[in-house]
Design a protein around this ligand. Sequence first.
Ligand code: AMP
Length: 397
Amino acid sequence: MNILVINCGSSSLKFQLIDSDSEKVIGKGLCDRIGIEGSGITFTPEGKDKIKKEYPMPDHEAAIKYVIEALTDKDTGVVKSLEEIGAVGHRIVHGGEKFNKATLINEEVIKAIEECNDLAPLHNPANLIGVRACQKLMPETPMVAVFDTAFHQTMPKEAYLYGLPYSYYEKYKIRRYGFHGTSHDFVSHEAASMMGKDYDDCKIIVCHLGNGASVSAVKNGKCVDTSMGLTPLEGLIMGTRSGDLDPAILEFLCDKENMNIHEMLNVLNKKSGVFGLSEDFSSDFRDLEDGYNKGQENCIRAVECFCYRVVKYIGAYAAAMNGVDCIAFTAGIGENTAFVREIIMNYLGYLGIEVDKVNNKTRGESILISTKDSKVKVYSIPTNEELAIARQTLELI
Ligand code: AMP
């Protein structure tokens, strides 16, 4: 069966059509600048060149129409008609406490997702626009919601509660939720199988290091902690996000810089992280690596702070699980940036970890990057959130 995976942002829509038997991508693409001038679609049919077209896309419904048109085009399409698409899997960012697994979408589910909008005001409404648009154009096709937060719902209270008055949790559900759950789920399963261990009987730390970055602790098949919180701002130092900081900094800086809280949060989300630490040089690790190798102090500082924070989370999660069998690096930086992995691994001698310098040079493949006799194994594993969404969609329908 062919499964269409949709990842809908506020002005963009990424899609992949996956054959669930072979798990191959038969077509993928992106609609961007939806609702803005200059909108268009790029589409890559399997084994063929990328096709790029500009169309006016006033809304997501228009975008989905062009997605369907691209997939069914008689010359460059990959299916003959919509009937060849058996189901749609939608990435939904926030499922709050309501969803601990993927769910078949109906009106009740949409209402429950809407009730989580407060927790992800930028993402959930956009995700739902994508759901509605698909429902309109493909009314007979089953749709599944796959949540970024669901995998982390197994965290125990001591991991998800903040040290705040408990009434805020009761009244507003202020707690840690965690994100990138589909990736942590997929990569932790891959890691267990690469170790040759039973998923339900091992301790894994997953470091999802991309522009957004998070670490999770997976013990005996369940997520027991993760670094992102109520929002994706908590935890690691990221591309432009600050990660953890002393909350008193907010008032201090608002006063000193004459900012309101919204402006302050904009700084924490968009101007901080390695971008801010490198004095606005770049949030991209390819640029930072270049600067690091040239001895630029701003890049060295940003990279060292980034790595050190990851190291601290690994230590915390090894303690939380009372041990660790393996560590898996994934996402843009985790899969491709050898020097970052090496800096992090060099801190981990206390876990009996030694870097395999040859294997660690590889990019984008599942590989052991610690030496074979390292006590704790370290892997680089490409994440595949779309495939994970397609698998979960198939399972439900
Ligand atoms: P992501 O958010 O997962 O797409 O990751 C983006 C980050 O991965 C950026 O900081 C990139 O610099 C970094 N990266 C390093 N090498 C590559 C590569 N070959 N392809 C994509 N991203 C890369």
